[in-house]
Design a binder for this molecule. Structure first.
Ligand SMILES: Nc1ncnc2c1ncn2[C@@H]1O[C@H](COP(=O)(O)O)[C@@H](OP(=O)(O)O)[C@H]1O
Ligand SMILES: [Mg+2]
Length: 360
Protein backbone atom coordinates (compact mmCIF):
# COMPACT_ATOMS: atom_id res chain seq x y z
CA UNK A 1 0.00 0.00 0.00
CA UNK A 2 1.19 3.35 -0.80
CA UNK A 3 2.10 5.46 2.25
CA UNK A 4 -0.51 7.98 3.40
CA UNK A 5 0.23 11.66 2.76
CA UNK A 6 -0.12 14.49 0.28
CA UNK A 7 0.71 13.53 -3.25
CA UNK A 8 2.56 16.22 -5.11
CA UNK A 9 2.37 16.13 -8.86
CA UNK A 10 5.76 16.90 -10.50
CA UNK A 11 4.07 19.54 -12.69
CA UNK A 12 2.60 21.29 -9.63
CA UNK A 13 6.04 21.35 -7.92
CA UNK A 14 7.64 22.84 -11.03
CA UNK A 15 4.94 25.57 -11.35
CA UNK A 16 5.27 26.36 -7.64
CA UNK A 17 9.04 26.65 -7.86
CA UNK A 18 8.83 28.86 -10.93
CA UNK A 19 6.33 31.16 -9.21
CA UNK A 20 8.58 31.32 -6.14
CA UNK A 21 11.60 32.19 -8.27
CA UNK A 22 9.56 34.87 -10.05
CA UNK A 23 8.57 36.49 -6.72
CA UNK A 24 12.16 36.35 -5.46
CA UNK A 25 13.50 37.83 -8.71
CA UNK A 26 10.94 40.64 -8.58
CA UNK A 27 11.77 41.54 -4.97
CA UNK A 28 15.50 41.29 -5.43
CA UNK A 29 15.69 43.24 -8.69
CA UNK A 30 13.63 46.04 -7.11
CA UNK A 31 16.07 46.10 -4.19
CA UNK A 32 19.08 46.22 -6.49
CA UNK A 33 17.53 48.91 -8.64
CA UNK A 34 16.92 50.92 -5.49
CA UNK A 35 20.56 50.57 -4.49
CA UNK A 36 21.84 51.50 -7.95
CA UNK A 37 19.56 54.48 -8.22
CA UNK A 38 20.83 55.68 -4.84
CA UNK A 39 24.41 55.34 -6.01
CA UNK A 40 23.50 57.09 -9.23
CA UNK A 41 22.19 60.03 -7.26
CA UNK A 42 25.18 60.16 -5.03
CA UNK A 43 23.30 59.11 -1.89
CA UNK A 44 24.49 56.52 0.59
CA UNK A 45 22.75 53.17 0.47
CA UNK A 46 20.88 52.72 3.69
CA UNK A 47 20.16 56.42 3.91
CA UNK A 48 21.99 59.19 5.66
CA UNK A 49 23.53 60.96 2.67
CA UNK A 50 22.02 63.90 0.85
CA UNK A 51 21.22 62.65 -2.63
CA UNK A 52 21.87 64.35 -5.91
CA UNK A 53 23.07 67.87 -6.60
CA UNK A 54 23.93 70.22 -3.74
CA UNK A 55 20.68 70.50 -1.83
CA UNK A 56 20.79 74.28 -1.80
CA UNK A 57 20.77 74.43 -5.61
CA UNK A 58 17.27 72.94 -5.70
CA UNK A 59 15.71 75.82 -3.82
CA UNK A 60 16.94 78.56 -6.12
CA UNK A 61 19.84 79.45 -3.85
CA UNK A 62 23.40 78.15 -3.63
CA UNK A 63 25.78 78.13 -0.70
CA UNK A 64 29.03 79.88 -1.60
CA UNK A 65 30.95 77.83 0.95
CA UNK A 66 29.81 74.66 -0.81
CA UNK A 67 30.68 76.25 -4.15
CA UNK A 68 34.18 76.93 -2.84
CA UNK A 69 34.61 73.29 -1.78
CA UNK A 70 33.49 72.05 -5.22
CA UNK A 71 35.63 74.67 -6.99
CA UNK A 72 38.75 73.50 -5.14
CA UNK A 73 37.93 69.88 -5.97
CA UNK A 74 37.29 70.77 -9.62
CA UNK A 75 40.59 72.65 -9.93
CA UNK A 76 42.47 69.69 -8.39
CA UNK A 77 40.70 67.07 -10.53
CA UNK A 78 41.26 69.15 -13.67
CA UNK A 79 44.88 69.56 -12.63
CA UNK A 80 45.24 65.76 -12.39
CA UNK A 81 44.24 65.53 -16.06
CA UNK A 82 46.61 68.35 -17.02
CA UNK A 83 49.51 66.55 -15.31
CA UNK A 84 48.60 63.14 -16.69
CA UNK A 85 48.48 64.38 -20.29
CA UNK A 86 51.77 66.30 -19.92
CA UNK A 87 53.48 63.26 -18.43
CA UNK A 88 52.20 61.06 -21.27
CA UNK A 89 53.86 63.46 -23.74
CA UNK A 90 50.89 63.05 -26.09
CA UNK A 91 49.36 66.52 -26.10
CA UNK A 92 47.42 66.48 -29.39
CA UNK A 93 48.27 70.15 -29.77
CA UNK A 94 45.88 72.13 -32.02
CA UNK A 95 45.33 75.76 -32.90
CA UNK A 96 41.92 77.31 -32.14
CA UNK A 97 42.84 80.22 -34.41
CA UNK A 98 44.81 83.37 -33.74
CA UNK A 99 44.50 86.04 -31.10
CA UNK A 100 43.83 89.62 -32.24
CA UNK A 101 47.58 90.21 -32.11
CA UNK A 102 48.29 87.18 -34.31
CA UNK A 103 49.56 84.68 -31.69
CA UNK A 104 48.44 81.05 -32.00
CA UNK A 105 45.54 80.32 -29.62
CA UNK A 106 46.47 76.78 -28.66
CA UNK A 107 44.51 73.88 -27.24
CA UNK A 108 45.68 70.42 -26.13
CA UNK A 109 44.18 67.22 -24.73
CA UNK A 110 45.16 68.62 -21.34
CA UNK A 111 42.77 71.57 -21.85
CA UNK A 112 39.94 69.35 -23.15
CA UNK A 113 40.13 66.60 -20.50
CA UNK A 114 40.58 69.04 -17.63
CA UNK A 115 37.62 71.05 -18.93
CA UNK A 116 35.43 67.95 -19.02
CA UNK A 117 36.20 67.06 -15.40
CA UNK A 118 35.89 70.60 -14.07
CA UNK A 119 32.75 71.52 -15.97
CA UNK A 120 30.77 68.38 -15.15
CA UNK A 121 31.78 68.36 -11.49
CA UNK A 122 30.51 71.92 -11.10
CA UNK A 123 27.47 71.44 -13.34
CA UNK A 124 26.35 68.24 -11.57
CA UNK A 125 26.75 69.86 -8.16
CA UNK A 126 25.13 73.20 -9.08
CA UNK A 127 22.84 72.59 -12.06
CA UNK A 128 21.10 75.96 -11.76
CA UNK A 129 24.07 78.26 -12.15
CA UNK A 130 25.55 79.75 -15.31
CA UNK A 131 28.99 78.26 -16.08
CA UNK A 132 31.31 79.85 -18.64
CA UNK A 133 34.35 77.87 -19.60
CA UNK A 134 37.24 78.43 -21.97
CA UNK A 135 36.87 75.16 -23.86
CA UNK A 136 33.93 73.67 -25.71
CA UNK A 137 31.90 71.18 -23.69
CA UNK A 138 30.92 68.10 -25.68
CA UNK A 139 27.36 67.23 -24.60
CA UNK A 140 27.74 63.76 -26.18
CA UNK A 141 30.73 63.06 -23.95
CA UNK A 142 29.23 63.80 -20.53
CA UNK A 143 30.78 62.60 -17.37
CA UNK A 144 28.87 62.20 -14.13
CA UNK A 145 31.27 63.18 -11.39
CA UNK A 146 29.76 63.52 -7.99
CA UNK A 147 30.75 65.66 -5.08
CA UNK A 148 30.64 63.78 -1.77
CA UNK A 149 29.25 66.84 0.01
CA UNK A 150 32.29 67.11 2.23
CA UNK A 151 33.63 70.58 2.91
CA UNK A 152 37.37 70.36 3.70
CA UNK A 153 38.48 71.26 7.22
CA UNK A 154 40.61 74.24 6.13
CA UNK A 155 37.53 75.83 4.52
CA UNK A 156 35.31 75.11 7.54
CA UNK A 157 37.95 76.63 9.80
CA UNK A 158 38.06 79.89 7.84
CA UNK A 159 34.40 80.16 6.90
CA UNK A 160 32.22 79.20 9.86
CA UNK A 161 28.74 79.54 8.33
CA UNK A 162 27.07 78.85 4.97
CA UNK A 163 26.59 81.84 2.63
CA UNK A 164 23.46 81.50 0.56
CA UNK A 165 22.95 83.56 -2.59
CA UNK A 166 20.33 83.28 -5.38
CA UNK A 167 21.53 80.77 -7.99
CA UNK A 168 20.54 83.17 -10.76
CA UNK A 169 22.97 85.82 -9.44
CA UNK A 170 25.95 83.48 -9.92
CA UNK A 171 28.31 83.17 -12.90
CA UNK A 172 31.11 80.58 -12.73
CA UNK A 173 34.25 81.02 -14.87
CA UNK A 174 36.46 77.99 -15.53
CA UNK A 175 39.95 78.04 -16.97
CA UNK A 176 40.84 74.35 -17.31
CA UNK A 177 44.46 75.11 -18.25
CA UNK A 178 46.01 78.55 -17.95
CA UNK A 179 49.32 79.07 -19.76
CA UNK A 180 48.58 76.58 -22.55
CA UNK A 181 51.41 78.07 -24.63
CA UNK A 182 53.90 77.36 -21.84
CA UNK A 183 52.35 73.90 -21.27
CA UNK A 184 53.20 73.00 -24.86
CA UNK A 185 56.78 74.23 -24.24
CA UNK A 186 56.94 72.05 -21.10
CA UNK A 187 57.36 75.10 -18.84
CA UNK A 188 55.35 73.45 -16.10
CA UNK A 189 55.67 75.98 -13.29
CA UNK A 190 53.45 78.52 -15.10
CA UNK A 191 50.50 76.17 -15.54
CA UNK A 192 47.38 76.51 -13.37
CA UNK A 193 43.74 75.45 -13.35
CA UNK A 194 41.27 78.07 -12.11
CA UNK A 195 37.69 78.47 -10.96
CA UNK A 196 35.98 81.74 -10.15
CA UNK A 197 32.51 82.46 -8.83
CA UNK A 198 31.04 85.89 -9.47
CA UNK A 199 27.86 87.14 -7.80
CA UNK A 200 26.01 89.84 -9.75
CA UNK A 201 29.19 90.20 -11.82
CA UNK A 202 31.46 90.79 -8.81
CA UNK A 203 34.28 88.30 -8.25
CA UNK A 204 33.64 86.57 -4.92
CA UNK A 205 35.39 83.18 -4.92
CA UNK A 206 38.70 82.34 -6.54
CA UNK A 207 40.71 79.13 -6.78
CA UNK A 208 44.12 78.89 -8.48
CA UNK A 209 45.70 75.43 -8.51
CA UNK A 210 49.21 74.50 -9.67
CA UNK A 211 48.99 70.89 -10.87
CA UNK A 212 52.74 70.25 -11.04
CA UNK A 213 53.55 71.42 -7.53
CA UNK A 214 50.10 70.53 -6.17
CA UNK A 215 49.66 73.91 -4.55
CA UNK A 216 46.18 75.45 -4.30
CA UNK A 217 45.28 79.01 -3.31
CA UNK A 218 41.65 79.89 -2.54
CA UNK A 219 39.83 82.87 -1.14
CA UNK A 220 36.32 84.18 -0.59
CA UNK A 221 35.59 87.91 -0.40
CA UNK A 222 34.31 88.69 3.14
CA UNK A 223 34.86 85.00 3.93
CA UNK A 224 38.39 83.73 4.34
CA UNK A 225 41.40 82.38 2.48
CA UNK A 226 44.31 79.94 2.68
CA UNK A 227 46.76 82.49 1.22
CA UNK A 228 47.89 85.97 2.25
CA UNK A 229 49.67 89.05 0.97
CA UNK A 230 53.42 89.46 1.54
CA UNK A 231 54.48 91.91 4.22
CA UNK A 232 56.15 94.42 1.90
CA UNK A 233 56.02 95.60 -1.70
CA UNK A 234 58.22 98.01 -3.64
CA UNK A 235 55.93 100.75 -4.91
CA UNK A 236 58.64 103.08 -6.26
CA UNK A 237 60.59 100.73 -8.50
CA UNK A 238 58.31 97.72 -8.60
CA UNK A 239 59.21 94.36 -10.05
CA UNK A 240 56.53 93.95 -12.69
CA UNK A 241 55.35 90.57 -13.91
CA UNK A 242 54.09 90.59 -17.51
CA UNK A 243 53.05 88.15 -20.23
CA UNK A 244 55.83 86.32 -22.06
CA UNK A 245 53.65 85.22 -25.01
CA UNK A 246 50.96 87.96 -25.29
CA UNK A 247 53.02 90.93 -24.18
CA UNK A 248 52.08 93.63 -26.68
CA UNK A 249 53.75 96.90 -25.63
CA UNK A 250 53.74 96.08 -21.92
CA UNK A 251 57.49 96.51 -21.39
CA UNK A 252 57.47 99.99 -22.94
CA UNK A 253 54.46 100.98 -20.82
CA UNK A 254 56.10 99.66 -17.62
CA UNK A 255 59.47 101.30 -18.21
CA UNK A 256 57.88 104.59 -19.29
CA UNK A 257 55.79 104.65 -16.11
CA UNK A 258 58.27 103.43 -13.50
CA UNK A 259 61.66 104.19 -15.05
CA UNK A 260 64.52 102.05 -16.32
CA UNK A 261 65.39 100.70 -12.85
CA UNK A 262 62.20 98.69 -12.87
CA UNK A 263 62.60 94.94 -13.25
CA UNK A 264 60.38 93.23 -15.79
CA UNK A 265 59.62 89.56 -15.16
CA UNK A 266 58.16 87.83 -18.24
CA UNK A 267 56.00 84.88 -17.16
CA UNK A 268 53.25 82.63 -18.52
CA UNK A 269 49.70 82.40 -17.19
CA UNK A 270 47.47 84.96 -15.53
CA UNK A 271 47.05 82.66 -12.51
CA UNK A 272 50.81 82.38 -12.05
CA UNK A 273 51.19 86.15 -12.31
CA UNK A 274 48.58 86.83 -9.60
CA UNK A 275 50.29 84.28 -7.33
CA UNK A 276 53.56 86.20 -7.91
CA UNK A 277 52.00 89.07 -5.91
CA UNK A 278 51.23 86.90 -2.88
CA UNK A 279 52.98 84.97 -0.14
CA UNK A 280 53.09 81.59 -1.84
CA UNK A 281 55.22 78.79 -0.35
CA UNK A 282 55.79 77.08 -3.71
CA UNK A 283 59.52 77.16 -4.56
CA UNK A 284 58.96 77.46 -8.32
CA UNK A 285 56.99 80.69 -7.85
CA UNK A 286 58.72 83.98 -8.72
CA UNK A 287 57.76 87.12 -6.79
CA UNK A 288 56.68 90.49 -8.16
CA UNK A 289 55.16 93.75 -6.91
CA UNK A 290 52.75 94.44 -9.79
CA UNK A 291 51.06 92.59 -12.63
CA UNK A 292 50.39 94.56 -15.81
CA UNK A 293 48.78 93.31 -19.04
CA UNK A 294 48.01 95.53 -22.01
CA UNK A 295 46.37 93.30 -24.66
CA UNK A 296 42.86 91.87 -24.81
CA UNK A 297 42.27 89.08 -22.26
CA UNK A 298 39.41 86.72 -21.36
CA UNK A 299 37.47 86.68 -18.11
CA UNK A 300 38.20 83.00 -17.30
CA UNK A 301 41.91 83.97 -17.29
CA UNK A 302 41.54 86.71 -14.69
CA UNK A 303 38.39 86.25 -12.59
CA UNK A 304 39.92 83.84 -10.00
CA UNK A 305 42.95 86.07 -9.50
CA UNK A 306 40.68 89.10 -9.21
CA UNK A 307 38.57 87.39 -6.51
CA UNK A 308 41.63 86.30 -4.52
CA UNK A 309 43.24 89.74 -4.67
CA UNK A 310 39.98 91.41 -3.68
CA UNK A 311 39.50 89.01 -0.75
CA UNK A 312 42.99 89.91 0.49
CA UNK A 313 42.45 93.67 0.15
CA UNK A 314 44.17 94.02 -3.24
CA UNK A 315 42.86 95.23 -6.59
CA UNK A 316 42.57 94.10 -10.18
CA UNK A 317 41.16 96.68 -12.59
CA UNK A 318 41.58 97.78 -16.17
CA UNK A 319 44.52 100.13 -16.71
CA UNK A 320 42.05 103.03 -16.35
CA UNK A 321 41.12 101.79 -12.88
CA UNK A 322 37.69 100.44 -13.85
CA UNK A 323 36.30 97.41 -12.03
CA UNK A 324 35.73 94.38 -14.27
CA UNK A 325 32.24 92.88 -14.45
CA UNK A 326 32.21 89.08 -14.67
CA UNK A 327 28.97 88.67 -16.57
CA UNK A 328 28.10 89.09 -20.22
CA UNK A 329 30.93 89.21 -22.74
CA UNK A 330 33.94 86.87 -22.45
CA UNK A 331 36.72 89.41 -22.74
CA UNK A 332 38.00 92.79 -21.61
CA UNK A 333 39.64 95.46 -23.72
CA UNK A 334 41.22 97.88 -21.28
CA UNK A 335 44.27 95.90 -20.11
CA UNK A 336 44.93 94.91 -16.50
CA UNK A 337 46.58 96.31 -13.43
CA UNK A 338 46.83 94.09 -10.35
CA UNK A 339 48.27 95.24 -7.05
CA UNK A 340 48.07 94.57 -3.35
CA UNK A 341 49.06 96.72 -0.36
CA UNK A 342 49.71 99.65 -2.70
CA UNK A 343 47.81 102.81 -3.59
CA UNK A 344 46.09 101.33 -6.63
CA UNK A 345 44.43 104.58 -7.75
CA UNK A 346 47.79 106.38 -7.60
CA UNK A 347 49.26 103.66 -9.84
CA UNK A 348 46.37 104.11 -12.29
CA UNK A 349 47.06 107.85 -12.45
CA UNK A 350 50.73 107.15 -13.21
CA UNK A 351 50.02 104.84 -16.14
CA UNK A 352 49.68 106.35 -19.62
CA UNK A 353 46.32 106.28 -21.41
CA UNK A 354 46.88 103.41 -23.85
CA UNK A 355 44.34 104.74 -26.34
CA UNK A 356 46.22 108.02 -26.60
CA UNK A 357 49.78 106.66 -26.59
CA UNK A 358 49.03 103.85 -29.05
CA UNK A 359 50.57 101.31 -26.66
CA UNK A 360 47.73 98.81 -27.00
N1 LIG B 1 45.69 89.08 -26.40
C1 LIG B 1 45.14 87.97 -25.94
N2 LIG B 1 44.12 87.37 -26.58
C2 LIG B 1 43.57 86.23 -26.11
N3 LIG B 1 43.97 85.60 -24.98
C3 LIG B 1 44.97 86.17 -24.30
C4 LIG B 1 45.59 87.38 -24.73
N4 LIG B 1 46.54 87.71 -23.82
C5 LIG B 1 46.52 86.74 -22.91
N5 LIG B 1 45.57 85.82 -23.18
C6 LIG B 1 45.30 84.61 -22.42
O1 LIG B 1 45.45 84.90 -21.05
C7 LIG B 1 46.15 83.88 -20.39
C8 LIG B 1 47.42 84.46 -19.80
O2 LIG B 1 48.23 84.94 -20.83
P1 LIG B 1 49.79 85.12 -20.68
O3 LIG B 1 50.34 83.80 -20.28
O4 LIG B 1 50.26 85.56 -22.02
O5 LIG B 1 49.94 86.16 -19.63
C9 LIG B 1 46.41 82.79 -21.41
O6 LIG B 1 45.30 81.91 -21.28
P2 LIG B 1 45.28 80.37 -21.70
O7 LIG B 1 46.63 79.80 -21.54
O8 LIG B 1 44.26 79.83 -20.77
O9 LIG B 1 44.82 80.38 -23.11
C10 LIG B 1 46.35 83.55 -22.73
O10 LIG B 1 45.93 82.75 -23.80
MG1 LIG C 1 43.06 78.09 -20.70
Amino acid sequence: MAPMGIRLSPLGVAVFCLLGLGVLYHLYSGFLAGRFSLFGLGGEPGGGGAAGPAAAADGGTVDLREMLAVSVLAAVRGGDEVRRVRESNVLHEKSKGKTREGAEDKMTSGDVLSNRKMFYLLKTSFPNVQINTEEHVDAADQEVILWDHKIPEDILKEIATPKEVPAESVTVWIDPLDATQEYTEDLRKYVTTMVCVAVNGKPVLGVIHKPFSEYTAWAMVDGGSNVKARTSYNEKTPRIVVSRSHSGMVKQVALQTFGNQTTIIPAGGAGYKVLALLDVPDKSQEKADLYIHVTYIKKWDICAGNAILKALGGHMTTLNGEEISYTGSDGIEGGLLASIRMNHQALVRKLPDLEKTGHK
